[in-house]
Design a protein around this ligand. Sequence first.
Ligand code: HAM
Length: 430
Amino acid sequence: MSPLLPTAPYRGTRDFLPAEMSVRQQVFNHLYETVERYGYGRYDGPVLESAEIYEAKSGQEIANQQLYSLTDRGGRRIALRPEMTPSAARMIAHNAGSLQFPVRWYSHVNCHRYERPQRGRTREHWQLNVDIFGSDSPNCEIEIFELIHDLMGSLGADRDMWMLRVGDRAILNSILRDVVRIPHDAHQQTMALIDRWEKTPADELREQAAQFGVDRAMFDLLETTLGAGADILPDLPEEVRETSTLARVMKSEAQDLFVFDPFIVRGLQYYTSTVFEVFDRSPENNRSLFGGGRYNDLAGLFTKQQIPGIGFGMGDVTLHDFLDTHNLLPQPRSEVDVTVIPVDDDLIPASREIARLLRHAGIRTSTTLEPRKLGKELARADRSGARYAVIAGRDEWQRQAVVLRDLHDNAQHEMPLTDLAPHLTRHLTA
Ligand code: HAM
């Protein structure tokens, strides 16, 4: 006999049973409702894409270490999408002729990355993507930041539970070039170093910096400059201060929505200016929940037309940990309001008829498939979370009536069949 196969899902992926799906779906529905209130249209796309679209601009980590890639039978190199932004940029470029820019789009898709599974990191996660294409106005930043506040609020999160930290790669470039005076060819590596800053001990950072020509004095100046936060802005050249998108947002009424933080760089290569991350403020889960930024050249992979973009990706794993930490996870909801129980096998068709009547009235109704003792069936109905049981008894059925039992207090009474659906509709929605 061949050995039994394992029942656990592939490492780093998750199965979702109905109770977990119920929690997920309630959380997701809050997100969709909020995003749709801002007028974003939902789109979707294939889970398989040409591997090149990630290799070009997403950065080494995704392209070299995390991509699930394969060669199809026609010899094409394809990949499971590790993120949605390159696909979205491709779709925007493909349809640019018929779209009315700026375009507001959102999607919710599964993404795959070959990562070491750990808290907050899996190999398959669901990512809500919210993006604006075709505008480089700072009003986009303001709208996205406001939307993030509404999303968090829709989940029951207070402002003291999380914070939005925003950086700007254009400002950071100016800090590296004009203030710390780091040689140009070390900028890319310095950015990557800053991205690792909070997770790496200072000694290690210093050593790594020395390897690409950032000496101790430069490193120390970099540390104090970045640590100064918004106080560094007056030291930057006027054109950076005046023209950087984020500097303009900081002068608007939206300045209270976020904290300027030059340590925020983000790993993906395609971001061009604004970059941001939402952090959990709880000491138990002090980590980034989700993030995004502005990418003004990504569509350039697919079209000569200049189509800037800005948005973010919010993963379900980190969000779940946040909601769990702050006790904000909803309770699973039962799938069923009413269970119809025939007292005997020959009343099964009657129970089906009753169920049909209730379903047509929009009531979520299940029936007993393999009738056992009434007491057992009532206990099962109660455990399933149904609020009512409808008992199809022989005598009652002959009178075209049923017994309605409230599973909360076990009170029951006979009711004519014609009254059942209106009665339940009234009580279930009350
Ligand atoms: P990202 O920071 O790579 O950005 O991912 C966004 C979010 O997806 C993360 O903050 C996290 O919530 C979730 N996530 C990413 N990888 C994993 C993983 N291995 N396990 C669990 N969750 C994960 C992007 O993907 C950008 N494309 C987002 C974006 C949209 N930027 C602009 N528009």
